[in-house]
Design a protein around this ligand. Structure first.
Ligand SMILES: [Zn+2]
Length: 305
């Protein structure tokens, strides 16, 4: 063993002291930052598509909206997911369809009859929702009542569950009226409109997307997009019994109470429409949702990168 000279020993002691100080400083930083690290969402990097793919148990290769949505037309798949897709990352306690569109009444009836649901009379109309969504809504209504407010259904029983034929009827109330309007304005030919009236749903969606991209709006009263006004037949969140349209949506306190009970506005430009996600607001980014503010309202929509 070499015998060290006194200056060398002093230098080594100083180096050891500096190392100890550095370790203590590092430990202090870790101690201070630990609570913040723990507060981060577990899946903060999860994208929306990945969250849906995982939830549906689809293979790792299924990363594209056409596969996630089970719709071959890429632009329709993107559009449906971006408009109405938030529902697909709802809490596991509720049931969501494994594709973006129900093709007929039979598919809707099968989904609805095999999901646990309950009905309540609200403002004189029957509202039916999945059990967890109904319990949360009743709790929200009770909380609102305690501060002298009400949460009531908009436009009768279609505020809750809808049938496939309901979604056709509501879509046609905009779609057919807008076709007539644009024919009168000379923007769409009578022959083209006649064909469009009888097209299959996916073809109607494709054509409306094309027309609206040129400024021919199909929304309520020919204002805005039809996709913010009503979902195309078979694509409405109301079919899943996880949506509820609220009369008092403009009241900030009502929105806060709905949010607290897992109900969020998820369709941009449709503020009366709330979706039951059954999650806390802090959990939503971890499911691939982002919030956007339009008007006075905050919408939780898919973060489609
Ligand atoms: Zn709605």
């Amino acid at each position: 063993m070499a015998v060290l000279g006194f200056p060398t020993m002093k230098r080594q002691m100083r180096v050891r002291q500096e190392n100890v100080m550095a370790i203590l400083l590092f430990a202090t930083v870790l101690f201070v930052l630990a609570p913040f690290a723990a507060a981060q969402p577990t899946f903060s990097t999860t994208t929306f598509l990945e969250a849906v793919r995982t939830k549906f148990g689809k293979p790792a290769s299924c990363k594209h909206p056409t596969c996630i949505c089970s719709i071959a037309d890429e632009s329709i798949a993107w559009r449906l997911l971006s408009e109405y897709g938030s529902i697909f990352v709802a809490a596991d306690a509720v049931r969501v369809p494994s594709h973006c569109i129900f093709e007929n009444e039979k598919q809707v009836t099968e989904f609805q009859s095999s999901s646990r649901s309950s009905s309540e009379i609200m403002s004189g109309v029957t509202i039916e929702l999945q059990d967890e969504a109904m319990t949360a809504l009743l709790n929200a209504q009770a909380e609102a009542r305690r501060i002298g407010l009400r949460i009531t259904p908009l436009d009768g029983s279609i505020a809750g569950k809808r049938s496939y034929s309901d979604t056709i009827r509501i879509w046609n109330s905009r779609y057919l009226r807008a076709l007539d309007h644009w024919v009168r304005r000379g923007k769409i030919s009578p022959e083209e409109a006649q064909t469009a009236r009888n097209d299959a749903v996916l073809v109607q969606i494709r054509k409306v997307m094309d027309w609206e991209s040129t400024g021919l709006n199909f929304g309520t009263n020919i204002k805005g997009s039809i996709f913010s006004s009503t979902a195309p037949p078979g694509t409405s969140q109301h079919l899943s019994m996880l949506a509820f349209d609220v009369v008092q949506y403009a009241n900030r306190n009502i929105r806060a109470i709905m949010n607290k009970h897992g109900w969020y506005q998820t369709v941009a430009n449709d503020p009366p429409h709330f979706t039951f996600l059954g999650l806390t607001e802090k959990e939503l980014p971890s499911r691939g949702l982002k919030n956007i503010v339009k008007g006075n309202y905050k919408f939780w929509v898919p973060d489609l990168k």
